[in-house]
Design a protein around this ligand. Structure first.
Ligand code: HEM
Length: 245
């Protein structure tokens, strides 16, 4: 779905008029299950039953595919963007070092994460620019017309996150959708946020880095956009380059 206005998208995302497809993971253990069956809070019957091995495998696959590759790609893009934007990197480092100074020990706590205001902005802008998931699918449950376009019941419609996030005004509803929207929104938003903030903290608060390969060519045929070289960097510990206090 290219070049649609926010109004049209909003209509598509409104609960009830559009619902996402029932996506399933590969058939494991001889049975095909929807990936959220074992989490569903509204399904008591499922909860009272022991979790089956096949469901455990399902959920592990979800963690690995939906949870690992996405966050790893976001980390890689943050390294590239911070390399390209030195000023941003310096402001972020300042914030992270101020957090390190305020506390004892190396552990990061919830309140530390909450005070990473600039870190959060870097996280969001990384997701906006990198479009870890370029698009996500929905299925039309009924015939409808959206801004003059006829959409038939059963049609698969892809929400084009890249177009929306790069070319829309950010203040408009649904203009920032790195984790999707509606009932099938990403389940791992908070995990992704925490992982990324801790990563940015360790990276910029502990090291400076130089890119070993500035080639920005993308991997071919990858569902998640990633730099072919993997974006290797050489890190230098800040504690070694800083004068003793
Ligand atoms: C930067 C990291 C991540 C990004 C950009 C991302 C993005 C997305 C997007 C766009 C969707 C589709 C939402 C929709 O259709 O409306 C999705 C679904 C999903 N994500 Fe993530 N995700 C990330 C990390 C994670 C993590 C860490 C986990 C779990 C540990 C996770 C688990 C899931 C699951 C289970 C779904 C399917 C939800 C459903 O269909 O009900 N994701 N994610």
């Amino acid at each position: 779905m290219m070049g649609v206005s926010w109004k049209r998208r909003e209509k598509m995302l409104v609960k009830g008029s559009w619902r996402p497809s029932a996506r399933s993971l590969p058939d494991v253990g001889g049975e095909k299950k929807l990936q959220r069956t074992s989490f569903s809070p509204c399904c008591r019957e499922t909860h009272s039953q022991p979790v089956k091995n096949s469901e455990i495998v399902d959920n592990l696959l979800t963690l690995m595919i939906a949870g690992h590759t996405t966050t790893a790609a976001a980390m890689m893009w943050s390294v590239m963007f911070l390399h390209e934007n030195r000023e941003t990197q310096n402001v972020l480092r300042e914030e992270q070092l101020s957090i390190t100074k305020m506390k004892q020990g190396a552990s990061i706590y919830h309140e530390d994460l909450n005070s990473m205001r600039y870190g959060l902005k870097v996280f969001k802008e990384t997701l906006r620019m990198s479009n870890v998931l370029l698009w996500f699918p929905r299925v039309a449950l009924e015939d409808c017309t959206i801004e003059g376009y006829d959409i038939k019941k059963g049609w698969h419609v892809n929400i084009d996150a890249t177009y929306i996030q790069r070319f829309d005004e950010m203040q408009k509803p649904y203009s920032f959708i790195p984790f999707g929207s509606g009932p099938r929104t990403c389940l791992g938003i908070n995990m992704a946020k925490v992982t990324m903030l801790v990563f940015l903290h360790r990276l910029t608060g502990g090291y400076t880095g130089t890119l070993d390969d500035s080639d920005t060519c993308l991997e071919k045929k990858a569902h998640i956009p990633r730099i072919r070289s993997g974006c290797p960097i050489t890190l230098k510990s800040l504690s070694k380059s800083m004068p003793e206090a």
